[in-house]
Design a protein around this ligand. Sequence first.
Ligand code: UT7
Length: 337
Amino acid sequence: MTRLYTRVAGTGHHVPEHVVTNEDLAARINTSDVWIRERTGIRERRFSQDGESTAQLALRASLRALEDAGCAASDLDLIVFATLSPDYFFPGSGVLLGALLDIPGVPALDVRNQCSGFLYGLQCADAMIRSGVYRRILLVGAEVHSTGLDISDQGRDIAVLFGDGAGAFILEAAEQEEGAPRGVLGVRLGADGRHAEALWCQAPSSAQFPARITAENLARREHFPQMKGRLVFKHAVTTMRDAMLGLLEELEISLNQVDLLIPHQANLRISALVQKALALPDDRVFNNIERYGNTTAASLPIAVDESLRLGRLKEGDLLALVAFGSGFTWGASLIRM
Ligand code: UT7
């Protein structure tokens, strides 16, 4: 008796070359390297240049993941594209990536769940693979935040946090005899829209009459993201802890079995508190926010790919992923690599 499961056949990531240090930001706005490092752990982030778009960053990450998986773009059955910074209001970046990969006809699904987007996409892809709808899916998380940040004293709380980048997985159908399960073992998701305005970008908005964006929106800086930082921080820590523990319990897996936890890279203090709440030692948690800032939907796949390349994560390891962000939305996943 065999069962169908989703395996991670390849991973890849790409970040723009242009490094923006805390000092670079401090030269433009009223902030400091010390404040940013102490409050967030971030030292530098990457900003895309010369109009390199979200879909273009995704292309670079996807080509690396395809190479890692040893397959061609023409082997893909579906693109799942997670981003909060799509190239356009419409169409979504998934179809743009399909065009860049030169695979006309391959369906493309866009996922709009911010920092949890990659895990939302992972659950969709896993369900479609296990139900036999598709056999090989490109799941990509990519963001260009730099063109949407309020890099001024008014926007400094958010401007120092975010960076650009992309990460991708090739997910494949595989079969195995009954026994110790492999691949994606489970994904647990959640959302609570009562907090939508705790971290959001108000304009442009189709709910605004008569125009989606006005001079007043611009004057009030409503086209930039706004955040209630402390509220988001507090919810992030407890929700990520609970999501992870909930999934472990559901799958009857103990924390001791987890080889590596990768929390969404929002703030090193948030990651440290989640690590503490789960009582995990440093060698079983991976963070890279100090170099990239928060890349929202790209944060988990970038960190997975890096931890594989650094040897922190190996074939056969049990990987735990957990995320929380705007919406609020959240998710956790366990993957036997
Ligand atoms: O991806 C998921 C979504 N995002 C998050 O999870 C982020 C969650 N929130 C956070 O990470 C933190 O709340 C922040 C890093 C955004 C802020 O840290 P905080 O310790 O909560 O600071 P705060 O907002 O309470 O502000 C403390 C002080 C304020 O000054 P006063 O009122 O004490 O005089 C701020 O005006 O720090 C000031 N401040 C800054 N100072 C220098 C805020 N931003 C900056 C800045 N540089 N960039």
